[in-house]
Write a protein that binds this ligand. Sequence first.
Ligand code: ADP
Length: 249
Amino acid sequence: MSQMNTLLEVSGVSVSFDGFKAINNLSFQIGPAELRAVIGPNGAGKTTFMDIVTGKTRPDEGRVLFGEKSVSLLAMSEAKIAQAGVGRKFQKPTVFEEQSVHENLMMALKAPRVWWSVLTFRPEAPDMARVQELADQVGLRDQLDRIAGELSHGQKQWLEIGMLLAQEPRLLLVDEPAAGMTPEEREHTTDLLVEAAKTRAVVVVEHDMEFVRRLNCKVTVLHEGSVLAEGGLDHVTANPDVIDVYLGR
Ligand code: ADP
């Protein structure tokens, strides 16, 4: 890896769907305890980028290296990539609605995500302290006994983030976490992500510029499958190309 403090290095990655280049010579790096916002217009390649990192989509060319040993993620299955420490939060919350917050967190502590849907919760599991710690981390300490299906949209999102944190990912990819949230929930989500990024890399794909501003981190702007601009939010939003393709519309 080119830099000592790089956790993920994507370089020269391209992928085409039926001849259409969705990702075009994309390069991206993130450090081991870094928060990064990824923005860009619809169709810019944000989802495909996350699909490549998590192994869902294989690029036609380029490299995706992870960790101190610069292991190539391209040779690994999705499950192996998750095991290696890459977690992903899709936009829609996916928690076990019939089970309590406590049971959801316990499930996440006990098994890799790929097993969650087929596991039955075993109540003898003793790791209460860790469950409480996770609930604290995501602001659900008072909600441990509630059934997940009764939580607000925002609380479900936090629960799922807590479940992902239980897996101790080194890199967490989060897709539009603030969508559908109240202003208070957004604020809490910002705090949660900033805190999570103190001990791991967190990539947040987001459209809401106010939310991105509050994250107060480096921003990568994607356009037509490439990086159009990168830097602080004020820097990238002053870029005429970014205004042209994204903000000015
Ligand atoms: P974003 O998440 O930034 O909106 P996407 O990564 O979803 O962008 O899509 C990038 C481009 O690739 C879009 O033009 C989209 O239509 C196209 N694309 C994505 N996935 C596929 C696919 N499986 N087959 C064909 N085209 C795709």
